[in-house]
Design a protein around this ligand. Structure first.
Ligand code: UDP
Length: 242
């Protein structure tokens, strides 16, 4: 069976690389994620990564505690740069060429985000890691993922989470929670299902970009998803519960 996707956007939240720690970066988890990415790059898949920063800093939370929201959001964006460089290192340790592109100018450590250049890197087989979110406060890295996916013409967003898809109730709380096989964008928005924030979902809807929600900690999931296997919930299809 051949690959279904040629160009993917992988959204990795900060929490996904925090592992079981309460804060920061779990290097073993990062290495495992890098290996997963390397496996699909080896298949010729072009990969753009948008990484979050919630394992280090969240603007909304700091603002709720009294900090100026814009300043807090800038700190959040800078936090994503640390995660981006960590991922870059892990990927390059195993021979995967990468470029970090930052939405906030930081020329000593990363290229600026330039769409045409990002696409060129992808064509050359380099993994592009997008750092500093969208560069704008009041946004999230989920929205950045939707934006960059549209910009670089990614066929799909792989949204890595800690659960194996989208449920109609919290599976950690409700034992009868049912997992959706597929969902449409409107259903996600109307029922406030926590796939990505509503701005991100709206952007995906407008640009017809499907979102695969899957558990990153299950080994081989990215590869399986690239091969078209069902590994979680796909948003962008028909609404159906399994
Ligand atoms: N952020 C922002 N603009 C963006 C992306 C991120 O202001 O375009 C800030 C925001 O404060 C956010 C923080 O960066 O809380 C970390 O990003 P996010 O919460 O999306 O990370 P994740 O939940 O994916 O770990």
């Amino acid at each position: 069976m051949g690959k279904v996707y040629q160009r993917i956007l992988l959204k990795i939240s900060g929490e996904a690389i925090m592992g079981d720690m309460g804060y920061g970066i779990d290097s073993q988890v990062v290495q495992a994620v890098a290996q997963e990415v390397a496996n699909v790059v080896a298949e010729g898949v072009q990969v753009t990564i948008v990484v979050g920063g919630g394992n280090i800093f969240r603007g909304v939370r700091a603002a709720a505690a009294g900090m100026d929201r814009v300043t807090a959001d800038y700190i959040g964006m800078i936090a994503t740069v640390m995660n981006a460089l960590t991922l870059q290192d892990a990927l390059e340790q195993i021979g995967v060429p990468t470029r970090v592109q930052s939405a906030i100018a930081m020329q000593e450590v990363a290229e600026p985000y330039i769409r045409r250049r990002a696409v060129r890197h992808l064509e050359k087989g380099r993994v592009v890691i997008c750092a500093a979110g969208s560069g704008n406060p009041f946004f999230t890295t989920d929205t950045t993922a939707a934006l960059r996916a549209a910009e670089v013409d990614a066929e799909v967003i792989f949204k890595a989470t800690k659960v194996d898809g989208v449920y109609d109730a919290d599976p950690f709380v409700d034992p009868n929670a049912r997992r959706y096989q597929s969902l449409n964008y409107s259903h996600v928005l109307t029922n406030d299902l926590r796939v990505m924030d509503s701005t991100a979902i709206a952007l995906c809807k407008e640009n017809n970009i499907p979102i695969v929600v899957f558990d990153l900690s299950v080994q081989g999931n990215i590869h399986r998803a690239v091969m078209g296997e069902s590994v979680g919930t796909i948003v962008g299809g028909y609404c159906e519960v399994i």
